[in-house]
Design a binder for this molecule. Structure first.
Ligand SMILES: Nc1ncnc2c1ncn2[C@@H]1O[C@H](COP(=O)(O)OP(=O)(O)O)[C@@H](O)[C@H]1O
Ligand SMILES: [Mg+2]
Length: 266
């Protein structure tokens, strides 16, 4: 299963992506967590220390790799027929919570030149990652709609769109939903995060209904998440945190939905 997590900056994408990746590992799935945000911090959420996270070389900054995998010798023409096994073996970093982490980096870090090559590598990596039944890929996407527009998110089976009850994140969620729908993505769900009360639940529910966006789950606000973040610790280790429990439950829901979808395809 390949799951993408999208939404406005600061809505809780990394918490959800990290929690899902951990949840899949806890259920026996071999899991790769891909940090596709240009300011990557998924490593911290997966239990790495700040200095360990900083040491990881993002794929997009490895110019020789990007060029060797994409260049055909003609500018603007890229060869996408490559195996990604070596990239995964070479670049996936083990994390304390279990998932293997790949940091994509930012396309800007390639310099002012063409953005096609690194973006193509990222997309091809996702497309060529053969995900078996006992494997999962979780993709922590860049804030906003960038990756949807460039087609990166299209490479996932399920796209989760995170928002809280404020109008801006909800509007961005709608924008992402509309773009993903237009790109013919099938499994799209809204996840309401940092929910403090019934009024916020209602605001998210009403927005989802009005815009026809399927609502998957609500993750409650929990002060302990912020406290853990402040201390530079991952909140995901603490199973007493309601938000962490809820995210673990979302894993269960996604596994069931994927099994159903696979059953329908047969
Ligand atoms: N359910 C929650 N309860 C409390 N704080 C949360 C919750 N989800 C996220 N946060 C806090 O919100 C901030 C942004 O979360 P993060 O996962 O980094 O968002 P994003 O990846 O979308 O930018 C962090 O400080 C995080 O601790
Ligand atoms: Mg993030």
């Amino acid at each position: 299963m390949k799951v993408g997590v999208s939404g406005k900056g600061g809505v809780g994408k990394t918490l959800l992506a990290g929690g899902l990746a951990k949840g899949f590992v806890d259920r026996g799935l071999k899991t790769i967590a891909i940090d596709a945000d240009s300011s990557p911090n998924l490593g911290l959420t997966l239990g790495l220390k700040a200095e360990e996270t900083r040491k990881i070389v993002p794929i997009s900054e490895n110019k020789p790799l990007v060029e060797s995998k994409t260049s055909t010798g003609y500018s603007g023409v890229y060869n996408l027929n490559f195996s990604v096994d070596d990239i995964v073996k070479q670049y996936a970093v083990p994390t304390p919570l279990g998932p293997s982490l790949i940091v994509m980096g930012t396309v800007q870090s390639m310099g002012a030149g063409c953005m096609c090559a690194p973006t193509a590598v990222i997309r091809a990596l996702l497309r060529h990652l053969v995900v078996e039944r006992d494997e999962a890929v979780v993709l922590d996407l860049e804030a906003g709609v960038e990756h949807i527009g460039r087609g990166t998110a299209k490479q996932v089976d399920v796209l989760l769109i995170v928002a809280d009850s404020n109008l801006k994140p909800l509007e961005i969620a709608k924008h992402i939903y509309d773009m993903a729908k237009a790109a013919d993505m099938q499994q799209l769900y809204l996840v309401g995060n940092r929910v403090m009360n019934e009024a916020q639940k209602e605001a998210i529910t009403n927005f989802a209904e009005k815009n026809g966006i399927p609502l998957l789950s609500f993750i409650p606000f929990d002060q302990k998440v912020i406290e853990a973040d402040m201390l530079g610790e991952t909140p995901l280790k603490n199973k007493e945190i309601e938000a962490v429990k809820t995210i673990d439950n979302i894993c269960e829901i996604l596994i069931k939905k994927t099994e159903q979808a696979q059953g329908l395809k047969k």
